[in-house]
Design a binder for this molecule. Structure first.
Ligand SMILES: [Zn+2]
Length: 164
């Protein structure tokens, strides 16, 4: 492969990644394949932090589904692979969007939960316990902003070495 071919292949890969991830950012928790991946890490987060008290355990699910892609991004950046870091940042964005949708769902609890019991809704328990269910919408919107920011940062990072 010539350097130009390699550059074009990387840009094509980024476009495919964006076409895959962006629908999952705009319509989170609607059976996007990445939602399943995030769910695995989400549930693992609850299990890992089970012994750390109820609040931390409840937060742990959302935290872990963000932490795992974040750790991968840091690992790729440390290796100097900005392209891979950028692609994984798109995944982080999609995971942020999922957490955002989960937070916003807290007052109404319309989402189908793994447990089948709406009373096990993480963010309903957290925000409800703090008497702060009215914060679900602004907090969810702030997290969604982070989702969009991640997609932009990821795209720039992935293009960094090829567009200059
Ligand atoms: Zn959970």
């Amino acid at each position: 492969m010539t350097p130009l071919q390699r550059k074009l292949a990387r840009i094509a890969g980024l476009i495919v990644a964006l076409m895959f991830v962006v629908p999952g950012v705009l319509h989170p928790l609607q059976n996007h394949p990445l939602d399943l991946v995030n769910l695995v890490f989400h549930e693992a987060g609850h299990m890992v932090l089970m012994a750390a008290g109820e609040t931390v355990m409840l937060l742990g699910g959302s935290l872990f589904q963000l932490l795992i892609p974040a750790v991968c991004i840091v690992a790729f950046v440390l290796r100097g692979d900005r392209y891979a870091a950028g692609i994984v940042t798109l995944w982080l964005g999609q995971s942020f969007a999922g957490v955002s949708a989960y937070i916003r769902d807290a007052p109404t609890r319309n989402l189908d939960l793994l447990t089948g019991d709406p009373d096990t809704h993480d963010w309903w328990q957290l925000l409800g316990g703090w008497n702060a269910l009215n914060l679900a919408e602004p907090l969810g919107r702030a997290v969604f902003f982070l989702a969009l920011a991640s997609v932009i940062v990821g795209t720039v990072l992935a293009l960094w070495d090829d567009v200059q």
